[in-house]
Design a protein around this ligand. Structure first.
Ligand SMILES: [Fe+2]
Ligand SMILES: [Fe+2]
Length: 127
């Protein structure tokens, strides 16, 4: 996998694990909100890295892939705003949704991008 993607993805996966424990342990809304902020920050960076690679290597599915990124960030912002306004608890259902999004995106859209970068011999790519 491309080293940049690998590093970013690991950070997101690790954070999801921490958030999961936080939700299971019934931790405070402010704690989960902080994790959510961190997730958005890392995800934004990660998406930017991928989008730069897609543009640099003329990736054909760039529009579709970007759409998935934009949609997730919109959904996360909406969840965040509901949380800070006290409209909803952040429960296992949200965790399930977030984990599911990440797994699906990593295994599908990102995997396809990674294969493409490998074929293009993109900088720093290792098999
Ligand atoms: Fe990714
Ligand atoms: Fe992606």
């Amino acid at each position: 996998m491309h080293p940049l993607l690998e590093k970013d993805h690991q950070q997101l996966i690790d954070l999801v694990e921490v958030m999961d424990r936080c939700v299971v342990n019934g931790n405070s809304v402010s704690q989960i909100t902080q994790y959510l902020d961190a997730f958005v920050t890392i995800a934004q960076d990660e998406f930017k890295h991928e989008e730069e690679l897609m543009e640099n290597y003329n990736y054909p599915d760039v529009v579709e892939h970007k759409k998935e990124h934009v949609l997730l960030l919109e959904q996360l912002r909406s969840v965040h705003s509901k949380l800070t306004h006290g409209h909803t608890p952040f429960g296992q259902d949200y965790m399930h949704w977030l984990r599911n999004w990440l797994e699906t995106h990593l295994l599908d859209a990102d995997e396809r991008l990674d294969k493409f970068l490998y074929q293009k011999n993109a900088d720093g790519h290792k098999s």
